[in-house]
Design a protein around this ligand. Structure first.
Ligand code: PHE
Ligand code: ZN
Ligand code: ZN
Ligand code: ZN
Length: 282
């Protein structure tokens, strides 16, 4: 797998920040900054040779959008999906939540293209709308898929908040999670181990877009650097940062800007996304 250049991921985050700033300070469902985010990500993927699709749905009196992008190589009956939500809350630009996951999977997608990756499986990326309103876009996507297409998805990897400023290194726990996959959990853990990073398992339950895939029986996994939870002193010893403070003090606030990102956590997670995708898609 390629090592992901974090400078490229940060450049994408700057784009999301600019889009928010130009559109009333957020990228929320039903606000112009959301569709501008979709259009910008789509343009990068189209230029790289992806087959993109925008799916619209209606929620709360507004139109929402999911963006998907398929790399047209490999067995279309054997699909590996990688996704994250592209919307923010209305309070702010949503750069850690979830510009980080969105920008990281975009950069991984661009590296799939740049390296002309020829996986045996089909790779499909998803940027979901209206996660912040209750996992609306990802749930719509899964529910709209014909059951024959749903059963072709062999894995779904979710990335929501991967650059928290006081980061933890959490991998979604396979146990206690409907459809939690031990294989995907172990692959993500192995990625961090290969970069010398210790991890903990976390029970994310229904808190992000993997939940819709899990309910449909699709094996899921993911990583997370923490939200409103408080870093313990044991965690600060192994990961650095500040004990007794939230992983992300700007979670769902106006201060979730490009200043609210730990570049090391962002880089390590992006590298792990590539590691896990390359391992899963062959
Ligand atoms: N989905 C939550 C949000 O967007 C963040 C979160 C992600 C929480 C993963 C727990 C686990 O606000
Ligand atoms: Zn890297
Ligand atoms: Zn959120
Ligand atoms: Zn989120």
């Amino acid at each position: 797998a390629p090592n992901i250049n974090v400078a490229n991921v940060r450049a994408h985050l700057n784009q999301f920040q600019s889009i928010a700033t130009a559109n009333g300070g957020n990228r929320a469902h039903g606000r112009p900054g959301y569709l501008a985010s979709v259009n910008w990500v789509k343009s990068k993927l189209d230029a790289a040779g992806y087959r993109t699709a925008v799916q619209s749905f209606s929620y709360g009196g507004a139109t929402g959008y999911n963006l998907t992008a398929e790399w047209p190589v490999g067995d279309a009956n054997n699909v590996v999906m990688v996704g994250g939500h592209l919307d923010s809350v209305t309070a702010g630009p949503g750069i850690n939540d979830n510009g980080t996951g969105s920008a990281s999977i975009l950069e991984v997608a661009l590296q799939v293209a740049a390296t002309n990756f020829q996986p045996t499986k089909r790779i499909r990326f998803g940027w979901w709308g209206a996660e912040e309103r209750g996992l609306i876009g990802s749930t719509y996507y899964v529910n709209q898929l014909p059951s024959a297409d749903r059963s072709k998805i062999k894995a779904y990897l979710n990335f929501d908040m991967t650059g928290s400023p006081n980061p933890g290194y959490f991998v979604y726990s396979a146990s206690g999670q409907p459809s939690g996959s031990a294989a995907l959990q172990q692959r993500l853990q192995a990625g961090f181990t290969s970069f010398g990073v210790q991890t903990e398992l976390t029970s994310v339950g229904g808190r992000s877009d993997h939940a819709a895939f899990a309910r449909a029986g699709i094996p899921i996994g993911g990583t997370f650097t923490g939200a409103e939870g408080i870093k313990t002193s044991a965690q600060a010893q192994k990961w650095g940062g500040t004990a007794g403070q939230a992983y992300d003090r700007c979670y769902h606030r106006s201060c979730d800007t490009t200043s609210n990102v730990n570049a090391t956590a962002l880089d390590r997670n992006a590298d792990v996304i590539a590691y896990a995708l390359w391992a899963t898609a062959v």
